[in-house]
Design a binder for this molecule. Structure first.
Ligand SMILES: [Fe+2]
Length: 134
């Protein structure tokens, strides 16, 4: 099911929110591509398209954290690295199979879509609040 970028996902930081909106669009595209029983190539391309933006977004968020000397910086960065690792595993999964399997689709839902929503609601909201109060 597609993620809707509504007020519940807004952190109140304009840059972070704008990037999250783009990120969610790309996660939705990946889910759509898999749901449509796509070709392996399409699924890999959609995953790459998502990851390109994940790297941009994480780098910007992490730059903000060092700029504001955010106390949770290392824990927050560890979350980002864990996500990148999980997506790396998804990539391997795709390479090994003929195309997106049911297990792959489930992993996208849990390790990408749900992870992102949870991360935004806890970690990124805390970060945005810290920047606001700084
Ligand atoms: Fe984050």
């Amino acid at each position: 099911m597609a993620i809707v970028f509504d007020d519940s996902l807004k952190t109140g930081n304009d840059l972070i929110d704008a990037q999250h909106k783009e990120l969610i669009d790309r996660v939705n595209k990946l889910e759509e591509a898999c749901a449509a029983g796509s070709q392996k190539r399409t699924a890999i391309q959609t995953l790459d398209f998502l990851m390109d933006y994940v790297h941009v977004h994480f780098a910007d968020e992490e730059e903000l954290q060092s700029e504001y000397k955010y106390p949770q910086e290392s824990a927050h960065k560890a979350q980002h690295r864990a996500f990148e690792e999980a997506v790396g595993q998804l990539n391997e999964m795709l390479e090994e199979e003929e195309g997106p399997t049911d297990a792959f689709v489930e992993a996208v839902k849990k390790n990408v879509a749900q992870w992102l929503v949870d991360h935004i609601c806890v970690w990124d909201k805390q970060l945005a609040q810290y920047i606001r109060e700084a």
